[in-house]
Design a protein around this ligand. Structure first.
Ligand SMILES: Cc1cc2nc3c(=O)[nH]c(=O)nc-3n(C[C@H](O)[C@H](O)[C@H](O)COP(=O)(O)OP(=O)(O)OC[C@H]3O[C@@H](n4cnc5c(N)ncnc54)[C@H](O)[C@@H]3O)c2cc1C
Length: 383
């Protein structure tokens, strides 16, 4: 067994760290406060190929493997989770399914654009269906060469700026899961109405919107995969996405640990740096250990994906663990900062808010437990 990253992976991590520390970290507070990623940073992300990470090389992307993707996402998130989720949604749940399920024409048209200039989003959740995503009610009715979509989507990350949205809608009432199809909805489709940014607790620089579809017309050529196969598209997309969320959570946890350790050396009370007190040391030791455990689980899930072996429950375990570790680490980092940790003067306040959503989106922690238990009860323990 080899736990060593390759030279290339080490380099990828170092390059991303340097980019994130130079270009993102200095404005992370501003991104949070203004709820906006400046266009200048979006451009730098594009110019440095972060929006082409998961797009295959033949379509002008980087064609990164899952392990490399984890390394990059952790580094971006260590600087700003809001930036990381913007990049991650684009790559893993927008470009990802087009790459896996798209026709040659769809790949040629969209992947090339997504690698360089366009932005992608993913719309599964509806006001009445979140965890039970197959209960979605947005309808897509076929009329000649078009589908006409009616319904509402919510919590659409990147929805405000997205050029194309991978959107799930019901094409048949006969079967819950098999009545769903996936569509590529373009931003200027007639009948697509984009709502205003949802006011969130954390990752405030990432835009999250509602969509209203009122007789929204989508060409049949924009259906992704066969009619009735949309639920499969969504579930396989989320399996991969969960590895990315685990990596984002790791980035927040790592940033929390570093901030807490720094502060423990600098802050004096009772004539000592607070890091001299065992209570503080124990918190830091536990953070370190839990982060290492979560990182191993995340890299294992990514490695399994790269080996093309079934990895769904491992992606769920990685997300479940890493998101809980991010919450714990951010919480401890605030505690170690005392009253200052409760102010916007220190980044740990942002980490604390940003960490919380990791246990919610792309499947809540309860749903991850369901996935893990169901696979085990169905297939037995896989080692
Ligand atoms: C910031 C943000 C960004 C998001 N981005 C996107 C996006 O880009 N695209 C998209 O489609 N969605 C997105 N989502 C939606 C997200 O995936 C859902 O919020 C999530 O899946 C939970 O659905 P819900 O909010 O409807 O909660 P519900 O499903 O109503 O769950 C409420 C509670 O009940 C629990 N629960 C539900 N069912 C069960 C069960 N069977 N057993 C045990 N407990 C259960 C849940 O775990 C949770 O604790 C985003 C959400 C947020 C907050």
């Amino acid at each position: 067994m080899n736990f060593q990253l390759t030279e290339q992976q080490e380099m990828l991590r170092a390059v991303t760290r340097s980019f994130a520390e130079g270009e993102i970290a200095p404005i992370a507070h501003q991104i949070d406060a203004t709820e906006e990623i400046p266009e200048s940073l979006r451009k730098k992300l594009r110019d440095n190929n972060y929006f082409g990470l998961s797009v295959p090389e033949e379509y002008g992307g980087v064609g990164i493997d899952a392990v490399g993707y984890v390394l990059v996402m952790e580094e971006l998130s260590r600087a700003s989770a809001a930036v990381a989720i913007t990049v991650s949604v684009h790559n893993s749940v927008a470009a990802g399914p087009i790459s896996k399920f798209g026709s040659p024409e769809q790949k040629e048209r969209w992947l090339r654009a997504l690698a360089k200039e366009k932005l992608g989003a993913f719309a599964l959740t509806e006001p009445g269906s979140g965890s039970d995503s197959a209960a979605l009610v947005t309808r897509a009715e076929r009329r000649g060469d078009e589908y006409v979509l009616n319904g509402a989507k919510t919590f659409v990350t990147n929805g405000k700026y997205a050029d194309v949205i991978v959107l799930l809608a019901r094409t048949s009432q006969e079967s819950k899961h098999r009545g769903i199809s996936a569509f590529l909805v373009e931003k200027d489709s007639p009948g697509l109405n984009i709502g205003k940014n949802i006011d969130k607790m954390g990752i405030r620089g990432s835009d999250t919107v509602e969509l209203a579809l009122v007789d929204c017309r989508v060409p049949v050529a924009n259906r992704l995969h066969d009619e009735g196969r949309g639920f499969r598209v969504a579930m396989q997309t989320l399996d991969a996405g969960r590895i990315g969320v685990a990596a984002q959570a790791l980035g927040i946890a790592q940033a929390s640990l570093e901030a807490a350790s720094r502060y423990a050396r600098e802050r004096y009370q009772f004539g000592h740096p607070i890091g001299d007190f065992q209570a503080i040391q124990w918190m830091i030791a536990e953070m370190r250990m839990e982060i290492e455990a979560a990182r191993l689980l995340t890299l294992q899930a990514a490695w399994m994906k790269d080996q093309d072996v079934p990895y769904g429950p491992f992606a769920s375990m990685a997300k479940l663990k890493a998101s809980a570790v991010a919450r714990m680490a951010a919480d401890r980092a605030v505690q170690i900062h005392g009253g200052y940790g409760y102010t916007k003067e220190y980044a740990v306040e942002r980490y604390y808010r940003d960490a919380r959503v990791m246990e919610i989106y792309e499947g809540t922690s309860e749903i991850q437990r369901l996935v893990i238990a169901r696979s085990l009860l169905k297939e037995g323990v896989q080692v």
